[in-house]
Structures are given as C-alpha cells and as structure tokens.
Write a protein that binds this ligand. Structure first.
Ligand code: AMP
Length: 600
C-alpha cells in the first residue's frame, strides 16, 4: 500500500448506521465494504473469549443472541458523564471493559479499514460529523475517538451543514436560510441554517432524541399483532422476545415497502404454534397509524423557527435527511408544516455522509475545480415571440440539471420553428449571447396547433444538450453545445450581470411593451373576424363602439412612444367593448347547433 497523505475521509458516524467516503478523481463517493454494503451498522460485539471485537453487520447479528455484549447506539452515550441523560442501554460498558469513546474508535477504525481496502492506500485524515446540538465535551470525545482510530480529525462538522453541502446549498446566496429536517431510526433533529460569509451558521436546533422510525415499527407491529390476535388474548408487549423481534422486523420491512407500493402482505410462517401469520397492510393503513407519529415533529419545527426568530416564509429551502423521510406521508407532513414542498433531490440516508466527503474534498483541495464548474454562471434560454428571452435554466443552477417547456407556432401554416439558444440576463434576446440555433420542423396547422417541447440538459461536464421534440410526430431534433454554457470567463459574467442591472428598468419596460403588443396583435384580428361573423345581429351603436376601440388600439400600437400603459388601457377598453359581441356569438353558435340537431 502507498500512503494517501492527501486523502481525507468523510465520515458520518451515526447512531444506527455509519458511512465513509472520499473524493476520487474529483467526484465524492461513498465506499462499500467487501460485502458491497455502503452502510455499516454502528454496532460492536465483544466476544466472551479473548477474541477481538466485531464491528458492523456481523455485530448486529449478535444482538438478539447476546444483547449484553453487543453495543449499539453508543452515540447516545458519548461525551456524557455516567448518569447524564435518560437513555438506558441493554449493556454496561464498564462490565465489558470499554467506554463510549473506545467503541466509537472501533467503529471509526473499521470504517477507515473499509476505505483503505477500497482505495488501496493507508489513510490518516478525516472529517467526522456530529449532531448540531453536540456540546464541546461531546465534540471533543468524538475527536478523541477519531485519534484513537489512527486518524487526524481535520474537522468536526455538524450534520445539518453536511446535509446542506450534499444538497449543493453551499452555493446559495448570503443570508439564505435553510431548514434541515432529519428523521432517522431513533432521533429527530430540526436545524435552521443561514449562509453567512460563505459558511453555514446554525441559527437554531430542536428535536427529540426518542423519536424515529423505530417508534413507527413498534406501532405497526402492534397493529399487525392486533389483526392476527383477533381474540385479543395478549398484548404485543407481553409476547416473548423472539416472536416480538420477528414481528418488529416484519413491520419495518412492511413500512419500507409501503414507501413505494400501495399494499404489502406480511407473511410469518408458523408464527404461533401451527398458525401462520398472514396480514395485508395498505399504505392507507400505515398512514392512519403514522399520522400522529409524524405530527409529533411539528412542534419541534415551530420551536426552532421561533428560536431563530424566523417566520415560515423566511425559509428559502427545506431539505430532507434520514431514512424515515422516504415515507411519503412524512414528506406530506413536512410540506404541511412549512407550506412548501421539501427538496427531495438527494438520497436522504446518504446526505450527511456525502456532505462529510464533500467537506473533506474541499479541505484537501481535490474538489475546488469541480465546485467552480458546478453551477450555471448565467441563465440559459431561448428566444420567444416578440424577441424576448425565455429562461429555461436560471443562473446559479446546480449541475447536472434538466428543464424544459412547451412552445407553439405563432403563425398559421408555419412548418418550422427556429430555436435560438441564448445565454445571459437581459430581457431581450438581442442583448444576450447566442450559443447556437437549430430549426425544428413540424407539420403545418392553425396558429397554436404545433406542440414543440424544448428541453435543456447540462451534464456534470458542462455539456449542454438541447432537445426539441415535435410532440405530435414524436420527432426529435438535438443540438449539442460543448463547454460554453458553463465555461465563461469571470469578467464576462460580471459584465453581463452589471449590464442587466444597469438596464433593468429599460429592459423591463421593453418586455412589458412587447407582451402588451403581442396581446393586442392577437386581439385585433379576432375582433375583426367576430364583427364580420356577427353581421346584423349586433346593433349599430355597439358596432361603432367596438370599431372605435379597435382603432384606438391600432393607433397606440403605431405610436413611437411605446407606452405600455396606454396600450394596456386601450386593449382593456376593447376587451370590455366586445363583451356584448361575445354573447351574440355564443347565442349564434347555440342556435346553429340546435338547428343542426333539428331541435329548432
Ligand atoms: P437513518 O437513521 O437515517 O439510517 O434512518 C433509519 C430509519 O429509516 C429506520 O427507521 C428505517 O426503517 C427507515 N427507513 C429506511 N428506508 C426506508 C424507506 N424506504 N421507507 C421508510 N423508512 C425507511
């Protein structure tokens, strides 16, 4: 093995599970052990004999057999003095001749081994995450555990900050505020962060160290038992340890399945004497059981907001962390609490680990380049009716990204659409930079009959692909633009942005005028056609009023003043004047239809 001095591990040392990763070839990755698993249970088994402690999944398997010698959830004890806190473990560290720091060191050494095998080098440096509410003693104890595992701890990083890094939020603007909703197996944490001077500050935290997915497993197991034990002979808690453990395991499995399916059947052969347990559970059943449990997070969210002196509307983003946030009902409750959809773009159980890796990569310098390239420096869009810029991907969007919109034809009989791909912040297409253009053919038809979907996607390498699809014929046209979409010199970006600020007023007026003009130009021929169709059905006075209003619109349109206000007023008068005309046309249409069907 060679020594990987520049490598820094990112470690999520969790209550239930831990993860380890590194930045490899510019990309943050989580590493798998020899069994292909990226998740290591935070469990250590101390065998009776002289044998070495066993860490991870193998240790967890011993828990049912030998709970007194299997240490789990040690994070609940770390940095605590004896008697502090109220969680009582089913083991005694003293009797096992160990301490919370020792056990954490065993787990960290195991994770280091996983990484060294995967990277084929020795590694001596790490970033380790801890909950935001950990005090100095708890942080120092975690650091000691790292040192005991042969690691120099370069940084102790708070978990919500790590999650925000994984969600790419370190590139958000100053003063932006983020809520991190972390619901794991045994704990719930809500943290509010604010970006200040390029780093996240934790404004407030709240939570419950006794609220997590495990509680829901118990509630579900009780429900399954009640379905099976129809006579109500005994309570779930009176069951012997082994059937109770089987039920809990089946309940967790059912819960996870129901995050993606609507129904699940729990089958436990020979559950009691000769009876097989067979219970069908639907997502609706689970949601009924889970609702009060999920609602318990609400007060903590509101408390954290109050502590941070913020209103719900002050938050710019809500992100999800922890396996239990995969439950659709939890996402719904989060949306209800915060009045906005949470960001679900990352894998919630890997977000903290990935964030630790990203922080490690930034510290070792191996990520800097990628980070610079990682957002779109300027907005990307296409030219639309009236020469306006229609933004498809706004500036500062994290890569890779994808977005699209539907467009139609402005003129009847048109058989193709020219798509000009633009970059910049100005309102008018002509003031932005053109990156390329492509003609999209479609079958000619009436105005507004074409349906062309335009999709922009930028991959991690900054290659922009523009795909235009005629959704009527399903024919695709593709244009690929290398590099230019993201690779713009800083001075040019600055110039474009300062111009967009300097000309903001003129640009906005021009856009408002163009939009009003498009509306007027659409209305005028429609009014002419309607007048012709209505014929004598419309009174002379009404007709004169409409013709007058239409003339006024034409006059304002032709006026070089380009007054959006006058145009909007004139269009409104025309719109109002045609109300009676619209009624007549509807009546005519009804009569014609009744006549056709022989009812008149
Ligand atoms: P964590 O502490 O983040 O590893 O989260 C572990 C918790 O997430 C456990 O209670 C799991 O049962 C739960 N969990 C993991 N995956 C899912 C899923 N797909 N649906 C519901 N809960 C899940």
């Amino acid at each position: 093995m060679t020594e990987g001095d520049s490598l820094i591990l990112g470690i999520d040392l969790g209550t239930t599970n831990s993860l380890v990763g590194v930045v490899d070839s510019g990309l943050p990755i989580l590493l798998a052990d020899e069994h292909g698993s990226r998740i290591t249970p935070s469990a250590v088994y101390f065998p009776m004999s002289e044998g070495a402690p066993v860490v991870g999944a193998a240790a967890l398997r011993q828990r049912a057999v030998d709970p007194a010698r299997t240490v789990t959830s040690v994070k609940r004890l770390i940095g605590r003095r004896p008697g502090e806190g109220d969680w009582v473990p089913p083991y005694r560290l003293g009797e096992l001749g160990t301490s919370a720091v020792d056990v954490s060191a065993q787990i960290l050494a195991h994770l280091r081994g996983v990484a060294e095998r995967a990277m084929e080098t020795t590694i001596r440096r790490a970033v380790i995450t801890v909950p935001a509410y950990f005090n100095d003693a708890q942080r120092a104890a975690t650091k000691r555990a790292g040192e005991q595992a042969g690691l120099t701890v370069e940084r102790i990083l708070s978990e919500p900050t790590a999650a925000a890094l994984a969600y790419g939020l370190h590139r958000i603007d100053e003063r932006k505020k983020v809520a991190v909703y972390d619901l794991g197996g045994g704990t719930f944490d809500l943290s509010i962060l604010e970006m200040r001077d390029g780093v996240f500050q934790v404004l407030a935290t709240a939570g419950d160290t006794e609220l997590g997915g495990d509680d829901l497993d118990r509630l579900l197991a009780e429900w399954i038992w009640a379905q099976f034990d129809v006579g109500g002979r005994s309570g779930f808690h009176e069951l012997p340890a082994v059937p109770r453990a089987r039920l809990l395991e089946a309940a967790e499995e059912a819960k996870k399945r129901l995050s993606s399916s609507e129904s699940h059947t729990v089958e436990l052969p020979f559950f009691e004497a000769q009876r097989n347990l067979h219970v069908v559970i639907t997502r609706a059943d689970l949601e009924r059981i889970a609702r009060p449990w999920a609602e318990r997070t609400r007060t903590h969210c509101l408390r954290a907001l109050t502590d941070a002196k913020l209103a719900i509307g002050d938050l710019d983003e809500v992100i999800l962390v922890g396996g239990s946030t995969r439950i659709p009902l939890v996402r719904q409750v989060v949306a209800e609490i915060f009045g906005r959809e949470p960001n679900t773009s990352q894998n919630p159980d890997e977000a903290v680990g990935l964030g630790a890796v990203i922080q490690a990569g930034i510290l070792s310098g191996s990520l800097r380049q990628v980070l610079l390239l990682d957002v779109t420096p300027l907005s990307l869009g296409i030219e639309t009716f009236g020469g306006l810029m229609n933004i498809i991907i706004p500036r500062n969007t994290t890569l890779p990204c994808k977005a699209g919109e539907m467009f139609t034809n402005a003129v009847a009989g048109q058989d193709s659409m020219l798509i000009r791909v633009l970059q910049g912040e100005r309102e008018l297409a002509k003031d932005n930079w053109e990156l390329g253009q492509v003609a999209v053919p479609f079958s000619p038809g009436a105005k507004g009959s074409a349906r062309v979907g335009v999709q922009f996607s930028i991959d991690a390498n900054g290659i922009l692909q523009v795909l235009a699809r005629d959704t009527v014929t399903q024919v695709d046209t593709v244009l690929e633009i290398q590099g230019t979409a993201v690779d713009v010199a800083d001075e040019r970006v600055e110039q474009m942005i300062s111009e967009s600020v300097d000309f903001a007023f003129e640009d906005m007026n021009e856009r408002i005028w163009t939009e009003a003009k498009l509306k007027a130009e659409e209305l005028l021929p429609a009014v002419d056609a309607a007048l012709a169709q209505a014929g004598d059905a419309i009174g002379a006075e009404d007709r004169a009023q409409i013709v007058g209003a239409a003339d006024r619109v034409r006059k304002v349109l032709a006026d070089p003043e380009h007054s959006s206000r006058l145009l909007k007023e004139a269009t409104q008068v025309l719109d109002d004047a045609t109300q009676s005309l619209a009624v007549i046309l509807v009546e005519q249409a009804m009569e014609a239809s009744l006549e056709r069907r022989g009812l008149l």
